[in-house]
Design a protein around this ligand. Structure first.
Ligand SMILES: CC(C)(COP(=O)(O)OP(=O)(O)OC[C@H]1O[C@@H](n2cnc3c(N)ncnc32)[C@H](O)[C@@H]1OP(=O)(O)O)[C@@H](O)C(=O)NCCC(=O)NCCS
Length: 399
């Protein structure tokens, strides 16, 4: 293949990069009137492009923060828009772009990178691992009768789109985001959503729940109706709450919407209590489980030190050929994280470390699957305790 270079994109190249990304996803090209949204979606200085005679691949990111176990919010490079032109794939273009992007995160002191993957076999080689997982629900609306003790308080308000974005963004910014894996949503994320809300087809609706202390929950959904006699489906795209009452209040609303046969809520946390609301728990079926956020520890010592631990310290040996400064042994425990020369009890790559990091996967499961090597029998059990969080991590902010 002819030679190519990788460099930061200029602001006037955002449309071309989006067109390339859409083509890589087999989606129609962006429309000309979407330019203002695209300009606001691209954070300056965060988009990389590969060029031979023209643009052949790109990936961008925006700055966000991710909640880690213990409650700290850690800077996150949120990677998106990854695509390589169909006639230039499998020649190392993505590898070059990923390298440039990760090196840039490291140089700017961003400890974590995250993304949502179209395919499960692309990103492990770059040190990303599945750090949160989800489940999809399908609710039979007619069968879904709420149990009498389900709380009822507050009011649901239907917002007008796209003006609603400002209120949604302000409310989301006030949510406590205490669950590990939740992330902040900067204006670059909301600009993508505004762009969607502006389209003619597939238009989203937004609601907020107003509780006794003010707005405490938000949801975005739409209703798919085919023929006027055909069954219709309410699709819940986004649902974040500050209180259990806001959660049940929003579900009361979904169940009350007329001309709806089925409610689908995708990519929900694994500990979502939805079936518990119904007199017949089978009214809510789990239809699919899947990966949510893929995480990459860009600065292993900083990322490890940012979260909390419980139990006895364990020495990990991390191998990271892509960001070699991360390779080495770390003593990880409730008292802190230090580099050490002590013998390692567990050996792992950056991708497996990312899978442990938010507590989604147990070290013993990763050892059983051959993804972590244990030096002794006790080490996996100790690491299970060390990385456990007592809850389910979840991101729920697709980007
Ligand atoms: C995924 C994509 C960006 C990969 O780009 P690329 O330039 O072909 O990737 P590279 O040539 O750098 O591949 C690096 C390695 O990953 C492997 N790889 C890349 N894409 C892969 C895929 N989709 N499935 C499995 N392996 C893949 C390559 O075989 C190569 O392996 P090797 O190092 O053992 O030879 C490109 O195929 C694409 O644009 N796909 C459609 C859009 C998409 O899915 N984007 C991702 C959005 S999250």
């Amino acid at each position: 293949m002819s030679d190519y270079t990788v460099r930061l994109l200029r602001p006037d190249e955002t449309f071309e990069a989006t067109a390339l990304f859409h083509a890589a996803l087999h989606a129609p090209p962006p429309k000309d009137d979407e330019r203002p949204y695209l300009e606001r979606m691209f954070q300056p200085g965060r988009a990389f492009g590969a060029f031979d005679t023209e643009l052949i691949g790109s990936a961008r990111s925006f700055d966000a923060e991710l909640t880690v176990p213990g409650g700290k919010r850690v800077p996150l490079g949120a990677v998106t828009g990854v695509g390589v032109r169909a006639d230039r794939t499998r020649r190392g273009v993505l590898s070059r772009i990923m390298h440039a992007q990760l090196t840039d995160f490291a140089a700017r002191g961003v400890p974590l990178a995250g993304l949502y993957a179209t395919e499960g076999s692309i990103y492990g080689r770059f040190g990303y691992g599945v750090a949160t997982v989800t489940q999809d629900f399908q609710v039979d609306r007619r069968r879904a009768l709420l149990r009498p003790e389900v709380p009822a308080s507050g009011e649901v308000e239907l917002l007008r789109m796209p003006d609603a974005v400002e209120r949604l963004a302000a409310l989301y910014a006030r949510l406590p985001l205490t669950r590990p894996g939740l992330m902040t949503r900067p204006p670059y994320w909301w600009a993508r959503f505004e762009r969607h809300a502006h389209r003619d087809d597939d238009r989203p609706l937004a609601i907020i729940h107003n509780g006794p202390g003010g707005p405490d929950g938000l949801a975005i959904y739409n209703v798919r109706r085919n023929g006027w006699r055909d069954p219709s489906t309410l699709d819940v795209w986004d649902l974040h709450v500050a209180t259990p009452d806001a959660y049940t209040g929003l579900w009361r609303y979904f169940l009350s919407v007329d001309l709806v046969d089925t409610i689908e809520a995708g990519d929900r946390p694994r500990d979502e209590p939805l079936p518990l609301l119904f007199t017949d728990m089978r009214a809510a079926r789990i239809t699919r489980g899947g990966d949510d956020l893929w995480l990459r520890l860009v600065d292993v010592p900083a990322a490890l030190a940012a979260r909390e631990y419980d139990g006895e310290p364990v020495v990990l040996e991390v191998t990271d050929p892509l960001l070699e400064a991360n390779s080495g042994r770390y003593r990880v425990g409730p008292g802190g994280v230090t580099r050490t020369e002590l013998p390692a009890r567990l050996r792992l790559g950056a991708d497996a470390l990312a899978m442990l990091y938010l507590g989604t996967w147990q070290a013993s499961a990763l050892v059983a699957a051959g993804r972590i090597q244990a030096a002794d029998e006790d080490a996996p059990r100790l690491a299970d305790r060390l990385f456990a969080t007592g809850g389910q991590a979840w991101c729920g902010t697709h980007f």
